[in-house]
Write a protein that binds this ligand. Sequence first.
Ligand code: PMV
Length: 316
Amino acid sequence: MTYEWGGEILERSASGKVILCGEHAVVYGRPAIAVPVSDLRARARVRPAPPGSGLTLVAADLGEEKRLRESPPDNPLAAIARLTLAHLEAPEPDAVLTVLSDLPIAAGLGSGAAVSVAAARALAAYLGSELAPDEVSALAYEVEKLHHGTPSGIDNTVIAWERPVYFIKGEQPETFTIRAPLQLVIANSGLVGSTRQAVARVRRGWETERERYEALFNRIGAIAKAARQAIERGDIHTLAPLLNENHLLLVDLGISLPDLDILVAEAQRAGALGAKLTGGGMGGNIIALVEPTTVAPVTAALQAAGATEVWHTTVG
Ligand code: PMV
């Protein structure tokens, strides 16, 4: 199916993201660091439609098209459209809202939050308003709850601000500066991971072995704190082993998979300074911290090890 935009169109976009460190422990109040991946984006476009037609929602990647008024409450695109209209106290416009995304779904790169942020921004702009980062973040958080149940809010925050964030659940997120750009290679295992299930698995572990899990969360939180200091100093050689250790702690939490461990090991063997799974786990992506000279060998090693997609991005 191809989509012609035609007519007057208005476009807004939102970046993807990766969690550098602290995932899962962040659900239990420890800090985590997420950074935007500005090269991979979700886009939303709005164009006018004939009077009386109401709002039509098109998820182009999924080949889905539906009227807002016929969409169930748990449809994420309908949910963000309804939340945005309610927030702006605006009536449903006669328009077509189309979303398209470079981001793989359910892979830990923030696809759901990026689509929500782009859609809210585009719809608001069509109605003559620009949403501030904290406004659009709050709207996207409501939709994140549909995806994940009890999300920490890190995805919608980093994507709405499109800045590195040091995030503690329930606290005002702190954005911070990356002193020396980080070169990351991101590789998709091709396995679809359910963040909801991964979070539930950690919850079961924590309920049965509370002391061990609390100790793991404490160490992950300490890594996030040290990682922020290293990033602010531009010290990737301190950052890298923290990422490696964070991966092992996620293995201990039970949310890695052999395929993810192989990708991490292959990236390290090919010269990555550090590597770990990113996001919910049990599938999805790994990230590798590299230097300009190791982008090519690490990419090749990850492709040879079975990664279905590999991207290189510079953060900061
Ligand atoms: O799978 P993602 O990228 O949405 O990341 C989830 C991060 C968790 O810490 C596992 C859950 C959360 O809500 O923070």
